[in-house]
Design a protein around this ligand. Structure first.
Ligand code: GZL
Length: 326
């Protein structure tokens, strides 16, 4: 990037007065950050990665070592071990699942490298294994979604049949969002769980498991709501339902979704998705603030929760959606 910039400058300046380029050894040393991203399974994840790339730039003084784990925890553990060998100044980890981190985080701690968790969190006995967590409160998100379902079906005396499509099993996002629905089903005698499917936060997989389930039923089931644990799950479920004659919206199946991505909000504006619970992926600026605090010897909070809101079709306009960051 620097070389291209120097070349462009040289081309547009009169000969003989190209800017003095500092020798490599005099360039300010870049701060090396190792980032283990779990994958690129969803619109949320793509935006989350973009936030990292646009914050930790060379212009801002960073060299980013970015590893995509393709949804495999083993790949994340290997990446962390590589960062330790490379003696990075900080490790940023978006953990795929909640368990299995103690050993490798002990190694990072022994090497004196702070670990900042982003987005999802982990379950460890010793919370000193990570310096801070920046992400969402998934149980809170689930409770918002369930509260909307309770309000929507408050006057329904007959059955409320709910299809639950979960995200990556064992991830803190899935655990929190699922727990809220499971508690609510236990609170309402007329609510019944039609099935619990695993869409893994992925559109194609959700389409496949939803289509298989629908086609395996002796007759088309009466579905009042589908609880989709992210937008890509909602997109897959909507496609499978509509192909089989279901209408998604206020007069048909009520789709509840999480993330509030551009496409998710568009479906919501159109009425196909009845409720969007925002899950904000743009966390990197706060990650950098926490890293700088650590670098200055400060002690960050253990958890920083992103502010999130709910959207229904009535809350949205095309202009509002078009000005959002993701
Ligand atoms: C939630 C995040 C989830 C998103 C999905 O913060 O971990 O993972 O809701 C993504 O879109 O796959």
């Amino acid at each position: 990037m620097k070389k291209l910039l120097a070349l462009l400058l040289a081309l547009c300046l009169p000969a003989g007065c190209a800017p003095k380029q500092l020798p490599e050894e005099e360039l300010p040393a870049l701060t090396v950050i190792g980032v283990s991203q779990m994958g690129s399974e969803s619109g949320f994840r793509v935006a989350n990665s973009q936030s990292i790339h646009t914050t930790f730039t060379e212009e801002a003084g960073y060299r980013l070592l970015f590893e995509d784990a393709q949804q495999k925890q083993d790949n994340q553990i290997a990446a962390i071990r590589k960062f330790i060998q490379q003696q990075v100044e900080c490790i940023v980890l978006m953990p795929l699942c909640v368990t299995g981190w103690e050993s490798v985080l002990q190694e990072a701690k022994a090497a004196g490298i702070p670990v900042i968790l982003v987005d999802r969190t982990i379950q460890v006995e010793d919370e000193s294994l990570y310096a801070a967590h920046i992400g969402s409160d998934f149980q809170w998100e689930g409770e918002q979604a369930v509260g909307w379902l309770e309000e929507t079906f408050r006057d329904t005396e007959g059955p409320v049949n709910i299809l639950h499509i979960q995200g990556t099993l064992g991830s803190s996002a899935q655990l929190g969002r699922s727990a809220a629905l499971e508690k609510a089903i236990g609170r309402h005698e007329n609510w019944s769980l039609l099935a619990r499917l695993n869409g893994d936060f992925i559109q194609a997989k959700t389409y496949e498991v939803t289509a298989q389930w629908l086609d395996s039923q002796p007759a088309p089931p009466e579905i009042h709501a589908v609880y989709c644990e992210n937008d890509n799950t909602a997109f897959g479920a909507i496609q499978a339902l509509e192909e089989r004659g279901y209408t998604c919206g206020p007069e048909g199946v009520r789709i509840v979704s999480f993330d509030a991505t551009y496409q998710g909000l568009t479906y919501c504006l159109e009425g196909k998705i009845s409720l969007e619970v925002e899950c904000n992926p743009m966390m990197a600026p706060l990650v950098e603030e926490v890293f700088q605090l650590l670098k200055e010897g400060g002690t960050p909070d253990k958890h920083y929760y992103t502010r999130e809101q709910l959207f229904t079709p009535e809350d949205l306009t095309r202009e509002f959606i078009d000005q959002r960051a993701y």
